[in-house]
Design a protein around this ligand. Structure first.
Ligand code: ZN
Length: 157
């Protein structure tokens, strides 16, 4: 059964990221730090970004919680590291669509390994777990945009 083996493969990818999270730790020169909790499941992460203009030059996270929340965060950091805000917006939108059950998004190459989380769409209680990292990222990028605007304003006056 192809579907069952695909599910098993996806399960392996999620467990791999849960057990060996990528980009876990803290940054020496973080410009943004965002704590984010999912009280429904007890997941918590702190996402740190080092922004260079509109580019994420480095990213780390600390946290604990269920395998979905931690694996999703690990995958997210891999996907956005080195990318510009404009590219990240598209990926984030597609990821959200996939988690909400969009079948097209679930086959989008732009999501890479994160497609392993497509099955979360069948478990509404886990949606918040999968989106925790992306909510933190969105807030972090909004804070960064505010900082940039404030800096521009300061130099202009
Ligand atoms: Zn969770």
């Amino acid at each position: 059964m192809a579907d069952a083996s695909l599910t098993a493969l996806y399960q392996d990818i999620i467990l791999d990221h849960y057990r060996r999270p990528r980009n876990k730790g803290t940054l020496e020169h973080a410009t943004i730090s965002v704590p984010m909790r999912n009280p429904f499941c007890g997941d918590e992460i702190t996402l740190e970004l080092e922004m260079n203009g509109d580019q994420i030059s480095d990213v780390r996270f600390t946290g604990r919680g269920c395998s979905i929340s931690q694996a999703s965060t690990s995958m997210m950091t891999e996907m956005v590291k080195g990318k510009r805000v404009s590219e990240i917006g598209h990926i984030g939108e597609r990821f959200r669509a996939m988690i909400m059950g969009d079948a097209d998004a679930a086959t989008d190459d732009a999501l890479g390994k994160a497609r392993a989380l497509a099955g979360v769409a069948r478990f509404p209680a886990r949606v918040k777990c999968a989106l925790l990292a992306w909510n933190a990222l969105e807030r972090g990028l909004a804070q960064s945009a505010e900082q940039n605007t404030a800096e521009t304003r300061d130099t202009e006056t």
